[in-house]
Write a protein that binds this ligand. Structure first.
Ligand SMILES: Cc1cc2nc3c(=O)[nH]c(=O)nc-3n(C[C@H](O)[C@H](O)[C@H](O)COP(=O)(O)OP(=O)(O)OC[C@H]3O[C@@H](n4cnc5c(N)ncnc54)[C@H](O)[C@@H]3O)c2cc1C
Length: 405
C-alpha cells in the first residue's frame, strides 16, 4: 500500500497520464489534476500521433499499447521525397530493428485517442484520483511537502498535499514560470498550416509517413485511421500571411491541388495553424517539483519527437520517484532525472528536430543534392539504415540517458 502523501501530477496529457499510470503500477498513490472537464476533454485540436517503437514499449509496460493498436495504423516504413523533382529519395523500414525491439513499426495513433484510452485506465485505477475540471493555480513547497493550490470543479480554491509535484501542464506550464525557470531557445518566425483531408495519398506512391523536401514549400504527410481515414499535411506559411486567408476553403483546395498536380476537389476535414518553438527549461527539477514533457521542452513536430520524448521523461521520472518513495534512493535521484532527460532534450530532440527542418527546407541546390545523396546512401546500406532508425526511433537517446550517471 502507498504510505506517503500522493504525487500530484498536473495535466492529463499523454505525459501526465503515463506518469500517473507508471507510478500507480509501482504502488505510488497519485492525484491527477486536469483543467478540462469530461465534457470538453476530447475537443482538443489534432496534434501528435507518430508513436515510435521505444514509446510503444513504454505504453506496453502499463497495458496501454493493446488499447491503442486497434485504434491506430501500423506504419513499418517512412519515406523522404523531393517535391521539386517529384521523386522518392529514400525509404527506411523498421523491420531492420527486428533484433532491437518487438515493435518493428511506428504506430500512427493520435494523441486524442491515446489520452482517451489512458484516462479511462487512470480513472479505473484504485491508486489514482483523477480531478477533472480542476485548474492548477500555483504551489508552495517545504522540505517535506508540496502544497498545490487549485480551483476545483466547484470553483473553490483548494490545497492538495503531495510528496512531490510534477508539472505535465504542457508548454505554458505555470509551475515552470513560478519556479522562475527560463524556457531557453527560440521560436520560428513563420507558422505551419495543418490540413486534414480524406483522400488516399498512396495512389501517388506515398507511404503512411512522408517527409517532403522542397526549397519553396517543404511538407510532412501522415496517414491516420478513420472513419473516414484522413491524411494530415503540413505546409510552412509566410510570416505576414493572413490567418483567415490561409484557412479559406478555396485556398486550402488550391494548396492541395498544387501539391498533387491534379485538378479535383478534396474532402477537407479540418485545418489549424500553429507556431513552432524550440525551447528547453533551464532546469527540470527544483526541490520536490519536477517538469516533464512539453512543460520541460518543446520542439518542431518534424520527426515526431515531442510526445515521444515526453513519454520517455514520464517513465524515467516514475522509476526515480518510486525509488525515492520506497526508500531506495534519496532526493538526489531527481537530479539524475534532470541530467539524463535534459541531456536528451538538448542533444537529441532539439538537435535532431532543428536538423530535420533544415534538411527539408534547404534551398541551396548543391547542399540539397548532398543531403539527398547522403539519405540514399544510408537507406541503401542495412547497417547504416539500422543506425539511422535507432536514432529516429529514439533508441540512441534512451541508451545515452541510461549511461548518464
Ligand atoms: C501540430 C502538432 C503535431 C505534433 N505531432 C507530433 C508527433 O507526431 N509526434 C510527437 O511525438 N509529438 C508531436 N507533437 C508534440 C506533442 O503534441 C506534444 O509534445 C505532447 O502533446 C506533449 O504532451 P504533454 O502531456 O507534455 O502536454 P499536453 O499534451 O499539452 O497536455 C497538457 C495537459 O495539461 C492540461 N493543463 C494545462 N494547464 C493546466 C492547469 N493549469 N491545470 C490543470 N491542467 C492543465 C491541459 O489541459 C492538457 O490536458 C505535435 C505538436 C503539434 C502542435
Amino acid at each position: 500500500m502507498a504510505k506517503s502523501d500522493p504525487v500530484v501530477v498536473v495535466g492529463a496529457g499523454p505525459v501526465g497520464l503515463c506518469l500517473a499510470l507508471a507510478l500507480a503500477q509501482q504502488d505510488i498513490a497519485v492525484v491527477l489534476i486536469e483543467s478540462l472537464s469530461d465534457d470538453n476533454f476530447l475537443d482538443q485540436v489534432p496534434r501528435a500521433g507518430s508513436n515510435h517503437p521505444t514509446t510503444l514499449e513504454f505504453f506496453d509496460r502499463i497495458g496501454l499499447y493493446t488499447k491503442m493498436e486497434p485504434r491506430g495504423l501500423i506504419a513499418p516504413k517512412f519515406q523522404y521525397w523531393d517535391r521539386k523533382d517529384n521523386a522518392l529519395i529514400a525509404e527506411f523500414d523498421h523491420a531492420l530493428l527486428k533484433n532491437d525491439t518487438r515493435f518493428t513499426y511506428v504506430l500512427q495513433c493520435e494523441r486524442i485517442k491515446i489520452i482517451e484510452e489512458a484516462l479511462k485506465m487512470a480513472k479505473a485505477h484504485p491508486l489514482i484520483e483523477v480531478r477533472m475540471a480542476t485548474e492548477f493555480m500555483g504551489f508552495e513547497q517545504t522540505a517535506d511537502v508540496v502544497l498545490a493550490r487549485v480551483k476545483n470543479a466547484g470553483g473553490e480554491t483548494e490545497i492538495i498535499h503531495g510528496s512531490h509535484l510534477v508539472s505535465c501542464e504542457g508548454a505554458r506550464s505555470i509551475a515552470r514560470k513560478d519556479l522562475g525557470l527560463e524556457f531557453e531557445g527560440f521560436t520560428y518566425p513563420e507558422r505551419t498550416i495543418n490540413i486534414e483531408v480524406a483522400y488516399d495519398f498512396r495512389a501517388h506512391g506515398y507511404t503512411e509517413r512522408n517527409y517532403i523536401s522542397d526549397p519553396v514549400e517543404y511538407s510532412n504527410l501522415f496517414h491516420w485511421k478513420g472513419p473516414p481515414d484522413r491524411w494530415r499535411i503540413h505546409f510552412p506559411t509566410a510570416i505576414d500571411d493572413d490567418e483567415n486567408e490561409l484557412k479559406r476553403p478555396e485556398a486550402l483546395q488550391q494548396r492541395l491541388k498544387k501539391f498533387l498536380g491534379i485538378d479535383r476537389d478534396f474532402e477537407i476535414c479540418g485545418c489549424n495553424l500553429y507556431t513552432v518553438h524550440q525551447r528547453v527549461a533551464e532546469k527540470f527539477r527544483q526541490g520536490r517539483v519536477a517538469l516533464a514533457g512539453d512543460s520541460a521542452h518543446v520542439n518542431s513536430p518534424i520527426g515526431g519527437m515531442g510526445l515521444n520524448s515526453g513519454v520517455h521523461d514520464a517513465f524515467s521520472l516514475a522509476d526515480k520517484l518510486a525509488r525515492i518513495l520506497h526508500g531506495k534512493a534519496d532526493g538526489t535521484e531527481l537530479d539524475r532525472y534532470e541530467r539524463q532527460r535534459r541531456h536528451v532534450a538538448v542533444k537529441h530532440t532539439q538537435a535532431q528536430t532543428i536538423r530535420n527542418k533544415r534538411l527539408l527546407a534547404e534551398r541551396d541546390p548543391a547542399v540539397r543534392k548532398r543531403n539527398h545523396d547522403e539519405l540514399r546512401r544510408q537507406a541503401e546500406d542495412p547497417i547504416l539504415a539500422r543506425q539511422f532508425l535507432l536514432r529516429t526511433a529514439l533508441f540512441e537517446s534512451l541508451r545515452e540517458a541510461e549511461q548518464t550517471a
